[in-house]
Design a protein around this ligand. Structure first.
Ligand code: SF4
Length: 161
């Protein structure tokens, strides 16, 4: 049975920047959890960031690829550069996926770490734009297929194929 890497906040762990969880109520997720195949991680907590912590976004004009390649930044609302911690969280997540042989991941969308379909503008104005977080980008580079919660049915199909 294939293991699935999963954002810890989707499983109800209160690890988000605001100290809350964002549990995903989905029969498929409950089934996978009962089967013991979920490998949870919060990359930001793994990197040593505190909870709660300041909201952070990929800087305007940068993207996850630029951040991972060393010429992009992630900053908090007050301008603190937290790039190194986010890159470290991405590296730890890839290492965990490799350790467990995960070829699929279910990550919450919109996060500068876990987002896979959209991220925020970098201006803390609430505007979304297409893009990935650094964890999603790093996992895809490592050959892991990444799915957002809205794609859980596609993930189930991919696991069967
Ligand atoms: Fe959830 Fe990922 Fe943010 Fe951690 S880094 S709180 S797992 S979205």
């Amino acid at each position: 049975m294939q293991p699935i890497l999963v954002s810890a906040c989707l499983l109800g762990r209160p690890v988000r920047y605001d100290g809350r969880a964002k549990p995903l109520q989905a029969p498929l997720l409950a089934r996978w959890q009962a089967e013991g195949r979920l490998i949870p991680i919060c990359p930001e907590v793994a990197a040593g960031l505190l909870t709660p912590r300041p909201a952070s976004e990929i800087a305007p004009g940068d993207d996850a690829a630029a951040v991972l390649d060393g010429h992009g930044a992630i900053r908090t609302r007050d301008g603190a550069d937290v790039t190194a911690a986010f890159v470290d969280g991405a590296a730890q997540t890839v290492a965990l996926a490799r350790h467990h042989g995960c070829r699929h991941a279910l990550l919450i969308d919109g996060s500068p770490s876990c987002g896979s379909g959209f991220v925020y503008s970098g201006r803390f104005d609430g505007l979304r734009q297409p893009g990935r977080g650094v964890v999603a980008e790093a996992l895809i580079r490592a050959g892991v297929a990444v799915f957002a919660p809205a794609q859980i049915a596609q993930l189930a199909a991919a696991l069967e194929s």
